[in-house]
Ligand binder design. Structure first.
Ligand SMILES: [Zn+2]
Ligand SMILES: [Zn+2]
Length: 376
């Protein structure tokens, strides 16, 4: 698993070069002292998770193949059932239509995914550098400092397998919590929703829909992990007296792998659900189909990433029936403003301008829950 940050990653050199050139690496070493270059390790792991072609990316050929093979398994055991069409309705299909349906992959929405994805990725190095070069070292230094002044010197716990699991679990729960609240704000605030609608304007779900966001959403989504993962790493750096580097790589690596596979099925037309009782605790990828539905009963549902705990607490959990219809996209009057690539790039700016100017609400950019919908 450690090879998620494999030496043969084509981006490893680039990442290190970037960090070096920006001065982030030197700076973080200077600040971190004996705790070494944690932020740098995390940068690499996150980098690997977001860039296509790297082994930890959901868009690497290994993970795409794994997604397809899993779908073939579903087709076989469900006797051709469990895949949804462009209309979000489940139907029985032939194997090829089940795994790679023509109507979905030639849809305009799937093409817009590609354009948005490329733009988002072009901006991502800037956000990652900004947060990992400044926010992460800052959080790390202060967290370790706080631990030392509260509890004294590190107990220098030996990082056994059990402790590594505790560390991994804490990191995942922290990331899950931060994801939920970031996502909640994206849905429940006017400006957040104007930006995040770009993700929800996808009328079909493909693995490329996962990173489909307006490029200005990049820093919003990068901020949480930079803080959460670093906070957890810094606490455990104190617990293990700096013996964290190897473990941090290991854990962040596992997390990005799980996230990548889960992410592919969250945005795929084949339903992948857990037993009902388990969905009250963990988010199955299929629960995200409901999140993307424009039916009013599905609005703002299942905002979580890993656990369902926050959704339960905030009343946003929606456990759908097996193969429940989930037509994807925005309600029709909003969809009209977010259909082409140009729309998706410009409408959020127009909306933010309107909101900042205090102009009266239209149906656009109204938080989804308050939206005056034409959906049925
Ligand atoms: Zn959302
Ligand atoms: Zn989504």
């Amino acid at each position: 698993m450690a090879d998620v940050i494999s030496p043969e990653s084509p981006f490893k050199e680039e990442v290190q070069q970037y960090l070096k050139e920006s001065g982030a690496k030197e700076k973080s070493e200077e600040i971190l002292g004996p705790f070494s270059d944690l932020a740098n390790q995390i940068a690499e792991a996150l980098w690997n998770a977001v860039l296509p072609g790297s082994p930890g990316s959901s868009l690497s050929w290994e993970l795409l193949l794994l997604t397809a093979v899993t779908a073939i398994g579903f087709w076989f055991f469900r006797k051709g059932r469990g895949a949804k069409g462009v209309d979000g309705r489940e139907r029985r299909s032939s194997l090829l239509e089940y795994v790679l349906p023509k109507a979905i992959y030639t849809h305009q929405s799937a093409r817009v995914d590609i354009g948005l994805y490329l733009l988002d990725k072009a901006m991502m190095p800037i956000w990652l550098l900004l947060f990992l070069g400044s926010v992460a070292p800052f959080v790390e230094k202060n967290t370790i400092g706080a631990m030392q002044s509260l509890f004294g010197d590190s107990p220098a716990v030996t990082p056994t397998i059990a402790w590594q699991l505790v560390y991994g679990l804490v990191t995942i729960l922290m990331a899950d919590m931060i994801f939920y609240w970031t996502h909640y704000m994206m849905h429940k605030t006017e400006i957040g929703w104007a930006i995040h609608k770009v993700h929800h304007s996808a009328e079909v779900l493909t693995p490329l829909t996962r990173p489909r966001e307006h490029f200005i959403a990049g820093p919003i989504w990068a901020f949480g992990p930079a803080i959460g993962v670093t906070l957890s790493a810094a606490i455990f750096a104190w617990v293990f007296n700096g013996g964290i580097t190897r473990i941090s790589v290991y854990n962040v690596g596992i997390f990005s792998m799980l996230y990548a596979l889960n992410g592919n099925f969250r945005h795929y037309h084949v339903s992948f659900r857990y037993p009902r009782w388990l969905e009250y605790w963990l988010q199955s990828p299929g629960m995200h189909h409901t999140h993307h539905s424009y039916l009013e009963k599905h609005w703002d549902s299942n905002l979580g990433l890993v656990t369902s705990v926050w959704d339960r607490m905030m009343g946003t959990l929606y456990i759908a029936d097996k193969y429940e219809e989930t037509p994807w996209g925005l309600a029709p009057q909003d969809q009209a403003q977010y259909t082409t690539l140009a729309d998706n790039l410009t409408t959020p700016f127009k909306e933010i301008y309107r909101i900042v100017r205090g102009k009266p609400k239209t149906t656009l950019a109204t938080p989804q829950s308050a939206r005056n919908s034409g959906s049925e």
